[in-house]
Design a binder for this molecule. Structure first.
Ligand code: B16
Ligand code: MG
Length: 214
């Protein structure tokens, strides 16, 4: 029985994934690499530092720790400029009615995100108050695909992992949730999110019966 739902942020509650992509493309360019959409799929849910390591590997280059610090700063500064104008209008379709549905069924709600910018984003899109628990990239030592973020979320919600449902858009997040022993509702294609228990294109029109069937 699902008693708690943990939401990924980027790509599930709001479409910040496109801003991460744009910002990483700039950094990749500096490293002489053209970042593709397929590459970006592999970066979703992965922490900022680990994402840079992956891009450097794909670019077949090694970077010093000083360069690393300055690339990470540049990436985040660009990203922060792009998310400046985020508002309630940027909440993805179906999210608010899905949260209402969970409230009607006394289901607890939390956020489990790799992003260190999660609190400011949730504030801007006006959803912060809807979650009892928010675990973000500032509070974990290992990010997705490690299960830490979701295990911490389930502990803070007070719901056993087996009774938690994770809503995710990234393969790394699906792996994290499955390693935590949780059910997964994937947002996106079933080919991309092969290990999700169910996949939908958006949260629009999801019913309580749909949740029970997972
Ligand atoms: P930041 P999620 C993840 O958030 C993003 O998917 C990923 O692209 C990003 O690199 C990571 O957060 C770190 O974000 O640079 O803002 O700390 O999908 O787990 O909500
Ligand atoms: Mg995501």
């Amino acid at each position: 029985m699902i008693k708690g739902v943990l939401f990924d942020l980027d790509g599930v509650l709001t479409d910040t994934a496109k801003y991460h992509f744009e910002s990483w493309k700039l950094i990749a360019q500096d490293l002489g690499y053209n970042l593709s959409i397929e590459d970006n799929e592999r970066l979703k849910g992965v922490s900022r530092a680990d994402s840079l390591d992956l891009i450097a590997r794909w670019a077949n280059t090694s970077i010093s720790s000083e360069q690393k610090t300055s690339f990470l700063l540049k990436k985040n500064e660009h990203y922060l400029t792009l998310i400046k104008g985020l508002s309630e209008e940027d909440i993805l379709p179906g999210v608010v009615s899905f949260l209402d549905l969970l409230d009607e069924h006394n289901c607890l709600k939390g956020v489990g995100s790799s992003s260190k910018n999660a609190p400011v984003i949730l504030e801007r899109i006006g959803l912060k108050h809807r979650f009892g628990v928010i675990v973000d990239g500032n509070q974990v030592s290992k990010t997705k695909p490690d299960p830490e973020v979701f295990l911490k979320g389930s502990k803070e919600l007070g719901v056993a992992p087996a009774d938690c449902l994770v809503v995710e858009d990234a393969p790394s997040g699906v792996t994290a949730a499955k390693s935590a022993g949780m059910k997964v509702l994937g947002i996106g294609s079933s080919e991309n999110l092969v290990n999700a228990d169910k996949t939908v294109n958006t949260l629009e029109g999801i019913s309580w019966e749909d949740i029970l069937s997972i």
